[in-house]
Design a binder for this molecule. Structure first.
Ligand SMILES: N[C@@H]1[C@@H](O)[C@H](O)[C@@H](COP(=O)(O)O)O[C@@H]1O
Length: 249
């Protein structure tokens, strides 16, 4: 069942998502956390870093990231390895040996097979954090992805490449492929927290919640998950037709 938590301000949505993570780690210090990247998550990681500065520990968590660009060395400033170090891992006490992110610098098929095996070994993710692409993608599972897609190499759609171009230097080419955790692994997480903020996500959110559950909008699959909370600010929720009874003001 999908629970929608619609909050007036962006900061409220970020705080609510950060609190779910802190509560889970407090209750289960060795939880497997599924982590996401993107602009939406930057203030959320800032909240978690602030919690750590106030004494909260992530020392025993294991983390698995959703995805990585093919062809980017971990040290590339736009790799998701760099993103995670910059926004989270360099500032908290997650043990380096417990941090897992697909490898972008090796043969992509090998990277996908290795990551898939790792996810099998770790078992279901306890809490999967998810952003939503403006086209409804989750991880890098683009529109057209079936419900049970494995962890694999994917080709990014043109709109995703242009949406993510803002992070790259002018003239620098944005990677065309990625290794992503598949929809099957994402949906097998024990709990999912999806976060959407800002008006650029309003259409995707309306498609995900009000449209059919369909491969056209992989985020719509979240409605099939037994324990998913979608946290959104007012701007992201602006095009929702009917607010489910579970929504909170
Ligand atoms: N692979 C990531 C997704 O995991 C993320 O949800 C999406 C939205 O990013 P943003 O938060 O910057 O809008 O961007 C990328 O494509």
């Amino acid at each position: 069942m999908l629970k929608l938590k619609l909050l007036p301000q962006t900061e409220d949505a970020i705080d609510a998502a950060a609190q779910v993570i802190v509560d889970l780690v407090a209750a289960q210090p060795d939880a497997v956390l599924g982590l996401a990247t993107g602009g939406t998550m930057e203030p959320l990681y800032a909240r978690l870093v602030a919690a750590h500065r106030d004494g909260f520990s992530f020392a025993r968590v294991r983390t698995v990231n959703l995805d990585e660009y093919v062809g980017l060395d971990p040290r590339h400033p736009n790799s998701y390895h760099s993103y995670m170090a910059r926004h989270f891992f360099d500032h908290v006490d997650v043990a380096p040996e417990n941090i897992f992110i697909p490898r972008g610098e090796i043969d992509p098929q090998c990277a996908a097979a290795e990551y898939s095996a790792l996810l099998d070994r770790l078992g279901p993710v306890d809490l999967q954090l998810l952003g939503i692409g403006a086209n409804g993608h989750i991880g890098f599972n683009e529109p057209g992805t079936p419900l049970d897609a494995p962890t694999r190499v994917v080709e990014l759609l043109a709109d995703t490449i242009s949406a993510n171009a803002r992070f790259f230097a002018t003239g620098e080419s944005v990677p065309s492929h990625a290794v992503t955790m598949g929809t099957a692994a994402i949906l097998s997480a024990r709990q999912v927290v999806a976060l959407a903020t800002g008006g650029a996500k309003a259409e995707a959110l309306a498609a995900a919640l009000d449209g059919p559950v369909s491969a056209d909008c992989p985020a719509s699959y979240l409605r099939l998950h037994p324990s998913c909370t979608l946290i959104a600010d007012r701007a992201a929720g602006a095009l929702l037709h009917e607010l489910p009874a579970t929504s909170a003001a």
